[in-house]
Design a binder for this molecule. Structure first.
Ligand SMILES: [Zn+2]
Length: 107
């Protein structure tokens, strides 16, 4: 087994407000070392396996595990964008559609 551990924080961009987002990361994953790609392909369980070689790209394995731990869309848990949106109260571009449909019905 290979135990991959990584802890720290990543500087990302919140995808809602586009401000900086500091995301703590704490990864701990066990990877089973496989002797061949066939053994990995044939395995019928949910154990994570990597192909064991004499020189393994450990940094890449750690990077992969950190990337897997990231949220699909990084956002602040309490994002300011939602508050700004509420205050602006811009009308929806589709707000007029309801009126157009009701006008057409009257004709
Ligand atoms: Zn945000």
């Amino acid at each position: 087994m290979l135990l991959v551990e990584a802890a720290g924080a990543l500087e990302l961009t919140c995808q809602r407000c586009l401000e900086a987002l500091r995301l703590p990361v704490d990864v701990c994953t066990e990877l089973e070392l496989a002797t061949s790609q066939e053994a990995i392909d044939a395995a019928d369980d949910d154990v994570d396996r990597v192909l064991a070689t004499r020189s393994m790209p450990i940094a890449e394995l750690v990077e992969d595990e950190v990337i897997l731990a990231l949220p699909m869309v990084p956002m602040h848990a309490r994002c300011n964008a939602a508050a700004h949106r509420g205050r602006a109260a811009r009308p929806s571009p589709f707000a007029g559609l309801a009126g157009m449909f009701s006008d057409r019905a009257k004709r």
